[in-house]
Design a protein around this ligand. Structure first.
Ligand SMILES: Cc1cc2nc3c(=O)[nH]c(=O)nc-3n(C[C@H](O)[C@H](O)[C@H](O)COP(=O)(O)OP(=O)(O)OC[C@H]3O[C@@H](n4cnc5c(N)ncnc54)[C@H](O)[C@@H]3O)c2cc1C
Length: 464
């Protein structure tokens, strides 16, 4: 049988299994049906809910403008799938082409798509993490619990970690009128994602909005009362603060544990796949029947030194899922690469923050428009003399332009004329990223090296 006939049979009557029933999984399923796949489709998800949206959970939901249970993702079309919700995939048998579930069932596949995303990194001390009042924020249930607690009236909220999620939580809590302390181990908020120069602006923003911001400080212990309720947090400078709520925002852990022993190149930094979303095995050989997309995937990008990028971006999950779905059911020459330019947005303390490219790769930065002092600007990042990223505070309309500059490998520092360009800010400076070897919660796009195999990667647990 020719390869073309094989693909035709697969499209008509193949079995496709998607593990991870969220944003990437749903968009992939819709694309498969759009592109004429008429075989069986099984969606496996460990959460009991059909796919829902996560960005509102730290924004509108905390502010009471949307209920966490009303965040279902809009459907683009009917996907005619068998839904296996509330049950996790436990292991993968590549030889038998089966996914084993925690309820003992095995689900056979011809093509497998892995979209298991990430989970919130838990507080490092399990007994302290179990105290009433200690929260993480990743799921609809997390958001509902936190929203209920905040609505019950609390005197002070402690946010541990000032990456994007932590900063958004702090912003929402201030807007709700709560006293907020933010403890950040690094020198400034958002420092892992945008560097210390922009972090200093985020620092001012938080303090001006009444946040008790403590940088260069770790939380060393959470203390409860006899009833198991959180009462106090101890900090690395020897001080302690009385708190009823602590939101642990220490970044994400990739959901790859269930692939242990499967021979797939999966580890703490994600699942390595090629630019066509085909997963590598641990020997660096690409598989032809297993694909990955979304937050759990890491793949090489020619614009960024062919390093494997792992992204925690909504838009990336959608686009990569669409590419994976297309490639799963077509012949080799028709396959497309996933060369999405990383793009991220956040809103906090009344400011719209957006970035394109990979700021953390930047070795220099110029403020190309506006000024840091006004907290309204576009900062452009350079890497070895070319534009590699841009980040804006209330300047999002410019990012499409910088996207083109990054894609074209335009020279850095930028030399064009634009409006709102100030001569006093045009000297390139060091963007002041922390040492990349130190674990950071902040980056939503992470450079994960050149090797598809994870065998040399060591996991360094993050203690606030
Ligand atoms: C609070 C919050 C705010 C955010 N805000 C923004 C924002 O402003 N802008 C932006 O660009 N991005 C934002 N994001 C990131 C964005 O939501 C993610 O990039 C996106 O959800 C990734 O989708 P995904 O499908 O790859 O993974 P996920 O949404 O993580 O879904 C993976 C699914 O797989 C399930 N799963 C895991 N393991 C198994 C298993 N073994 N078996 C079965 N199922 C499993 C998980 O429970 C989950 O349901 C935010 C995320 C959070 C949590």
């Amino acid at each position: 049988m020719s390869a073309d006939t094989d693909v035709e049979v697969l499209r008509r009557q193949g079995r496709i299994v998607v593990v991870g029933a969220s944003l990437a999984g749903l968009r992939a399923a819709e694309t498969l049906r759009d592109q004429g796949f008429t075989g069986s489709l099984t969606m496996i998800g460990d959460e009991p809910y059909e796919p829902y949206d996560r960005p509102p959970l730290s924004k509108q939901a905390l502010l009471g403008r949307a209920r966490p249970e009303d965040t279902a993702l809009p459907r683009r079309r009917d996907i005619d799938a068998e839904w296996r919700l509330g049950v996790a995939a436990e292991s993968l048998d590549r030889a038998a082409k089966q996914v084993r579930l925690t309820n003992g069932d095995s689900v056979p596949y011809d093509r497998l798509l892995i979209t298991t995303g990430t989970r919130a990194r838990p507080w490092f001390h399990p007994e302290e993490a179990a105290l009433d009042g200690v929260f993480v924020l990743r799921t609809r249930d997390d958001s509902a619990r936190l929203t209920r607690k905040l609505a019950g009236g609390v005197s002070r909220v402690l946010v541990i970690g000032a990456g994007f999620t932590g900063s958004e939580v702090a912003s929402a809590c201030r807007e709700l009128g709560h006293e907020v302390t933010v403890a950040e181990r690094g020198p400034a908020p958002l420092v892992g994602a945008l560097g210390g120069v922009i972090g200093a602006v985020a620092d001012r923003l938080q303090r001006r909005h009444g946040v008790d911001l403590r940088c260069g400080i770790s939380v060393t212990a959470l203390e409860g009362d006899y009833g198991g309720r959180l009462r106090r947090a101890h900090l690395s400078d020897g001080s302690a603060i009385d708190v009823e709520v602590a939101v642990v925002s220490l970044g994400a852990v990739r959901n790859t544990d269930w692939l242990a022993g499967s021979g797939v190149a999966a580890g703490p930094r994600g699942i390595a796949c090629d630019a066509g979303c085909r997963v590598f095995d641990v020997n660096g050989i690409v598989t032809d029947d297993i694909y990955a997309a979304g937050d759990v995937a890491r793949s090489p990008h020619p614009l960024f030194d062919y390093q494997f990028l792992s992204l925690e971006h909504w838009g990336n999950a959608v686009e990569q899922a669409e590419i994976a779905a297309h490639n799963m059911i077509c012949a080799g020459p028709e396959r497309r690469p996933h060369l999405w330019l990383p793009m991220f947005w956040s809103s906090q303390f009344g400011v719209n923050i957006k970035s394109v490219g990979v700021p953390s790769l930047g070795d220099q930065l110029v403020v190309a428009q506006g000024t840091l002092a006004e907290e309204r600007f576009v900062a452009v990042y350079g890497y070895r003399g070319r534009v590699i990223a841009a980040a804006s505070f209330d300047g999002a309309k410019w990012l499409g332009f910088y996207e083109q500059q990054i894609a074209a490998g335009a020279p850095f520092p930028p030399e064009y004329r634009t409006v709102d360009r100030r001569t006093e800010t045009l000297q390139p400076v060091d963007p002041a990223f922390p040492d990349p070897h130190l674990p950071t919660h902040g980056a939503t796009v992470t450079l994960t090296g050149h090797s598809p195999s994870e065998r040399r990667v060591q996991f360094v647990p993050s203690h606030a």
